[in-house]
Design a binder for this molecule. Sequence first.
Ligand SMILES: Cc1cc2nc3c(=O)[nH]c(=O)nc-3n(C[C@H](O)[C@H](O)[C@H](O)COP(=O)(O)OP(=O)(O)OC[C@H]3O[C@@H](n4cnc5c(N)ncnc54)[C@H](O)[C@@H]3O)c2cc1C
Length: 491
Amino acid sequence: MADPILIIGAGIGGLSAAIHLAAAGKRVLILEQNTAVGGKMSEWTAQGFRWDTGPSVITMRHVFEELFSAAGKRLEDYLTLLPVEPLTRYFFPDGTLLDFTRDLPALLRQIEQIDARDVEGFLNYLSYVARLHRITGPVFIYDEPPRPGSLLRVHPRDMLHVDAWRSMDRAIRSFVHSPQLRQLLGRFATYVGASPYRAPATLNVIAHVELNGGVWYPQGGIYAIARAMERLALELGVEIRTGTWIDQILVKDNRAAGVVLADGRTISGEAVIANVDVATVYEHLLPRTAQTEKRLRKLSRIEPSCSGFILMLGVEGQHPQLAHHNIFFSRDYPGEFRDIFERQRPPDDPTIYVAITSKADPDHAPAGHENWFVLVNAPACTPDFDWREAQQSYREVVLDRLREYGLDIRRSIRVERILTPADLETMTGARRGALYGSSSNNPLAAFLRPHNQDPLIRNLYYAGGTTHPGGGVPMVTLSGKLAARLILKKV
Ligand SMILES: Cc1cc2nc3c(=O)[nH]c(=O)nc-3n(C[C@H](O)[C@H](O)[C@H](O)COP(=O)(O)OP(=O)(O)OC[C@H]3O[C@@H](n4cnc5c(N)ncnc54)[C@H](O)[C@@H]3O)c2cc1C
């Protein structure tokens, strides 16, 4: 029997690669250190409450449909993706409330109340982001990693519209006037862990996938996606070994030939896919040579995306004023991103995201209670900031801010767990606790991001947030497809 293709890690990128390869008839073995699949997509239960501990906003439904249809299956037979309405409820410091609804006339009426000029500005913005998606999608998202020559695939007429040389915020300002809408649209930079004041305007394309494509909630919780992908992979004959730590990638004649387990045993493979941060592969899994050292130095210079500070709260009482997804904006948005990316300190005045899945799945909390997942963007870990020391006082900052928004929940908290960027780094293996891999703040980020195929070691491929096309659940699903496609072309 031919050696299997080995996949290190059962994150969403690893599972996606496995499904594509097995659907093409390949033998696949996934080796995962944790006891369950999913990686950053995980869940936690306590005292009758249930939380998703990682991703909570799912966009790009078509990516999941395509994954299942690649294996000749229907997504609906594995996963129920429900449309979320409103997409998000936004709370602003001046008391403005905006429900980002799928009902366009109702949305425009709310925008008109804020600033009548922004109705046409917003409609123009929607068509601008749809055009960005049409132009950049085929080159930067859905196909193999872009090279400078890839830009030749963009029609000369569309070249200027790639909009890489101004910031997202600058572009947004050219469409809408109100500070509220500017802050709201800038927030999409955080979907890839970037700053709207530094990320290229091209990334406004993220707004297209949410505002024109919708937000989806998998019935049962976000972890239902990992479960559905695991089920499909197993049905296709993929072998998944959990509780299996990979110590090294075996390299022979400059070619990935297998892996070495923690106990020293080796497994040979036809090819190896690392669903692990690319820099971590170079630092810990590959033999050190002058060439790999040089590449590690280069990879280490890539700015990480932001991390997150999380409170999982079991809250007594119902809050009808809250939706499934809620955002409580800070007073000084540019200052918040300066704190995260320049000062590298948790923001004093953070924007707070609160997701409550018990609104859609009442059994996620005991009767009369809610399961709050509270997330604040935080800097990637640095050696000179100790989260163990800071976590309790930062919890108070977040709860104080929620109280200022009229949500005085301290005495209603029945269960609580804090996850800091340092915890995320330990639990998920994400370098410096980065949620999305690299930051995408650089206009050339798409070109600097590591390729799905290793440039030095033959037969070594990557799927996951630190490789093309980037972080986020749909994107890593695509990265798995691209890694599989590159392998199938070769072997
Ligand atoms: C708090 C948080 C909130 C987020 N919010 C969103 C969101 O709302 N929407 C969204 O789309 N995305 C969100 N993301 C990002 C999204 O979760 C990630 O981009 C995606 O899940 C990463 O998948 P991955 O394929 O890179 O694998 P990972 O999830 O990084 O998994 C890698 C796997 O490899 C395993 N592994 C690593 N090293 C080894 C080894 N040596 N041996 C064996 N196994 C190993 C790990 O245990 C892990 O299971 C969020 C992430 C976090 C943490």
